[in-house]
Design a protein around this ligand. Sequence first.
Ligand code: 4G3
Length: 253
Amino acid sequence: MRKLNFEVLTLFPGILAGPLNESILKRGREKGFLNVTIRNIRDFTEDKHKTADDRPYGGGAGMVLKPEPIFKTFGVMKAEYPGEKFLTILLSPQGSVFNQQRAEQLTEEKRRIVLLCGHYEAIDERVIRTLIDEELSVGDYVLTGGELAALVVIDAVARLLPGVLGDEESAYRDSFGDGLLDYPHYTRPAEFRGLKVPDVLLSGDHDLIKKWRRKESLKSTLIKRPGLLKTADLSGEDREVLEELKKELENGS
Ligand code: 4G3
């Protein structure tokens, strides 16, 4: 059995504790598919006030995360795993945008995945130049810290690990796997406050249902996120259906 190892370096370990100890992440850790170690950067500060940040050279507002505690945390971590390799990632708005493809790649990662969470507005550039392999962003917005972004990465990767999701949950693994948005879902009753479930889903014709769902996925993607179609995994038939859908949408039908 393979196991994915994360090391999260943070000034606020409490933000991570809750989510990692609930639901699917908890189960993934208990079953041994996922290992997450949290390290408090403040434990490696050098003064009695445990100072982790300081004012920026050159002036201006905001604080900058000091290099010493981060270098020390890395040093202690590496000493605990002699001979091991690390993939070091900084969560930051300056990173390349994390997506399903990067999540899938990370499930295959053999190295320990280090997630460095910055707090405050910035982190000393020497940390990034010397210790960091990759900067990742979970989207074009600013958070108070990298912790929520680290959780997003861990969660998106963990649910792809074989065995982490139960059988019931696994069925949903497909959606987004091919780069398309999901199709609409319905459960009982067949009519709710006058709102009917599409007939095709009650037909028992599994071939027809599959076709309908694929068309709805394509339609939803075309309307809501057309940019995704450039990189989606599309068959010849998908492309024909898309051309029909474009015509239908132009007619307003
Ligand atoms: C600036 C990640 C801010 C530099 C972190 C860390 C948003 C994201 C921070 C830095 C963050 C994101 C902390 N905000 N979009 N804030 O993934 O290294």
